[in-house]
Design a protein around this ligand. Structure first.
Ligand SMILES: [Zn+2]
Ligand SMILES: [Zn+2]
Length: 279
């Protein structure tokens, strides 16, 4: 059973419930439509799970899931027509693709959720058929969107150049996967595990990988070297490229309204403690 099939089944059940004029059954129709949207978003997440570890994100809600997948599979939210030509430029296939997009969730998922509460005192005074017709109206707007996603000729389209590398942050080193859409000059992504940010720039057949670094003066003795940090999180270490002193970020009790840093001690061997005064 795939998430897509689950979405198809939920949509069918929704239609049956929504055909009823009874308020208590309409609520189940609303619920099934929400399930269908959830299943479509989890299906998108499963495409990413083929390439990278998503275990930390399995409990995420649809909007966060789609935003995450869009970052690493940037073409997975494209709507349009895919046409394939053979070597003689003769068209051999043409089909429409309709993807679940963030806007579909923002517009529909939360709107459906608003029907899933017990009636407020104010709404209890509204006639039942007026509430039922409101629910039916909203669902009638949403069903075609879900149907067009489920029935499009090219479902699950995603393409681009695959890029894979180990996170440069020494505390992480986890595998990072992303796709770069054709024609994209630069892509910005974030490591899913340590949040180090990267700028990826295609350069011919290669891709330049530039992590965003926080540069700090080494300051050990007379050293003029630099320490390169990836996230500036407490506990992150960096080794000076000049004197090879190791620095670690530790949290202080000081609550100041500026950010500054200084070396406070040099306890043993080449180890240096860097204290960052956090806001
Ligand atoms: Zn990382
Ligand atoms: Zn140094």
């Amino acid at each position: 059973m795939t998430y897509r099939q689950d979405a198809i089944d939920a949509l069918e059940r929704a239609k049956i419930e929504l055909a009823s004029s009874e308020y208590h059954r309409l609520k189940y129709g609303v619920l099934e439509l929400r399930f269908a949207i959830e299943m479509l978003s989890y299906d998108k997440l499963s495409w990413l799970s083929e390439k990278t570890d998503i275990s930390e994100f399995k409990s995420w809600q649809p909007d966060k899931v789609v935003r995450l997948v869009d970052q690493f599979l940037p073409t997975s939210s494209i709507n349009g027509t895919l046409t394939i030509h053979d070597s003689d430029k003769k068209e051999i296939f043409s089909g429409k693709t309709r993807a679940l997009q963030l806007i579909d969730i923002k517009k529909n998922y939360h709107a459906l959720g608003s029907f899933l509460h017990s009636l407020t005192i104010e709404k209890r005074e509204t006639p039942d058929d007026e509430i039922s017709s409101k629910i039916n109206q909203k669902c009638k707007e949403i069903i075609p969107t879900i149907e067009s996603i489920l029935s499009c000729q090219v479902y699950g389209l995603r393409f681009g150049s695959d890029v894979e590398f180990d996170c440069h942050n020494l505390r992480c080193k986890k595998k990072i996967f992303t796709q770069i859409a054709p024609g994209n000059e630069a892509t910005h992504i974030e490591c899913l595990h340590c949040q180090t940010e990267y700028k990826l720039t295609p350069d011919g057949k290669h891709v330049n990988i530039d992590p965003k670094l926080f540069m700090r003066d080494c300051g050990a003795g007379e050293c003029k070297g630099l320490l390169k940090f990836f996230t500036m999180d407490v506990g992150e270490k960096a080794v000076c490229s000049d004197c090879e002193s190791e620095a670690i970020i530790i949290k202080t009790q000081l609550n100041t309204d500026f950010i500054d840093e200084k070396i406070i001690e040099k306890p043993e061997k080449n180890e240096t403690i860097l204290t960052v005064y956090l806001k």
